[in-house]
Write a protein that binds this ligand. Sequence first.
Ligand code: FAD
Length: 495
Amino acid sequence: MIYKHDQTSIQGFLEDTSNLKTGHTPGVYFPETTDELSELLKNAVKKHQRFTIAGNGTGTTGGRIPLGDYVISMQKLNRIGEVVQLSGDSAYITVQAGALLDDVQKKVEQNGWFYPPDPTEKLCFIGSTIANNSSGARTFKYGPTRKHIARILVVLPQGDLLNLRRGTCIADKNGIFRLTLPDTGHIEFQMPQYLMPDTSKHNAGYYSKEGMDLIDLFIGSEGTLGVVAEADLMLIPHPEAIISCLVYFKNLDDLFRFIRLIKDPENALKPRAIEFFDKNSIAFLAAQYPEVPSDSSGAIFLEQETTPETEETDLDILFEKMESCHAMTDESWIALDRDEQVRLHEFRHTLPLLVNDWLSKQNESKISTDMAVPEEAFRELFDFYCESCEQQGFVYIIFGHIGNAHVHLNILPRNREEFLQAKALYRKFIAKALALGGTLSAEHGIGKLKAEYLIEMYHERGIQEMVRVKKYLDPFLVLNRGNLIPVAYLETENY
Ligand SMILES: Cc1cc2nc3c(=O)[nH]c(=O)nc-3n(C[C@H](O)[C@H](O)[C@H](O)COP(=O)(O)OP(=O)(O)OC[C@H]3O[C@@H](n4cnc5c(N)ncnc54)[C@H](O)[C@@H]3O)c2cc1C
């Protein structure tokens, strides 16, 4: 197995997109087989080694950044199998954890199939998207990654291989999982005992639901309970055609009414994505796209799967809803062919690039929210975001997955003083979202950056439930120290 420890070749493993700068490690291992990975973990305690698992570094929460532990890079475990058709409308593909999402999506598409999870940034590894239960724009229709995983092969913290197929290990009525591992033998433990929030997306802390499947405990556990080595991803037939559009509104109330109409269960359109850009995001984009209307208060990006036979009817319904909500129809962007849709996707992806460019000139980090709330509370949180930022005179943008009552607010500080003020405000945003029944993280996870805030959501009891599960599966705290559960809770003897 390759092992690197010279600083120049391992420097990249101290980074992701979180801007966390405290990472350090003695070295990085690159297992090429699951057995090598298992051996590494089996010997960990004997060799006094702990590990942080590294995907491709696109995470936003410092999850893969080691705080002094060794790193396991998943990049050599990158094989992609062949599509296996199960029926006319279902198939699966087996992939190793280090396969790039982009490569997997392209391969299944070439075979006429579709893998729905799409967390915007395609240069991430499949294993990380499972460890983080990643979502993205299409989550509105298809749910997060966990909905599309049929099997995972996990290497547990003490090196046991757990081949876990969905449906084969379910918590009993007392919440107990029972299973037999190749080396350790029979184990049983209780699932976490807390309620998850009633939001349409939630990705903060271990999954917990009555009668839950053990596979769902590992999915979204941010590498704290095991290393995902391989997975079977479920596929559906590739949609025949897509209608993509960016619809501008002069008035924000009209925009919110449009969303309500589009999401109405009676509506014949069933979009797969409903995304939002506020007026400040639009102003950023106007720098590169002069055709953007300057008098717009916000825009909705919408994607509807269709067929050549239904496209015209779907467009008629869309235009009718746009008109009834006074959308800026003439200025809006309707993309029907592939090239135009690629241009519209580029437009969306230009926003983070422009923001990062702006920030690098200020030499400051952004403060970014990832909270979601129940549908009926969304407008209150949204107005609170805007009013608070306006009052303090911040430069900010709001964009993202409004279909799931989940947007990202980015405050862009111009100096250290504003950064500190924004950080204080961030705490108020968390308090507000939680008071509205929301979640601290809807999709990006907790990592190291947000671990200190998790207590506000789960309180002492909930955190101790996570500690109990973590300590059962990883008694020597070998994996991903500092992620999700604040280190102080793992080091105390009170569990
Ligand atoms: C511009 C941009 C947009 C984004 N948009 C979205 C979005 O819309 N939705 C969304 O959900 N995310 C989004 N993300 C976040 C990010 O892309 C995802 O979290 C992704 O899953 C990270 O993949 P990675 O390979 O880069 O993982 P890394 O950053 O390398 O690691 C992420 C975490 O996963 C753990 N990990 C990695 N591999 C494994 C494994 N095999 N087993 C166990 N644990 C493992 C790591 O330890 C770490 O904690 C965005 C990121 C960027 C930069």
